[in-house]
Design a protein. Structure first.
Length: 118
């Protein structure tokens, strides 16, 4: 059952990753500045796992929320590869299934999430 749940989460995360890639590239290509198009070209030449490093410090305000989400999705996919998926990044307890259903890229259990968002 857990493996099926993780497989479903992986599929959701991979689908979201593809959507994020497309959104980021389209935003940059249609940006107002030539530097944004050049950044899009550089991103397309690199694996998506390198995108956060390339975007940090070069990220136009219009894609900052996508960069934040990209980091979360990549982290969750990494955790799946390491068999650490579903563990809270703060207390290392299992993240509630409901939280992972709401957001498969969740990094914190509900208790730690509530502590960090007061």
């Amino acid at each position: 059952m857990i493996q099926g749940f993780e497989a479903n989460c992986r599929l959701q995360l991979q689908t979201e990753l593809e959507q994020l890639q497309h959104t980021i590239i389209q935003s940059l290509v249609h940006g107002k500045h030539a530097a944004e198009s050049e950044l899009a070209r550089q991103l397309l030449a690199k694996p998506v796992s390198n995108w956060p490093d390339l975007l940090t410090g070069n990220c136009p305000w219009c894609i900052s929320s996508q960069l934040e989400r990209l980091n979360a999705v990549l982290a969750a996919l990494s955790q799946l590869e390491l068999n650490l998926y579903g563990l809270c990044s703060d207390c290392e307890c299992p993240i509630e299934r409901a939280a992972l259903l709401r957001d498969p890229a969740s990094q914190r259990c509900d208790s730690c999430h509530n502590k960090n968002h007061r």
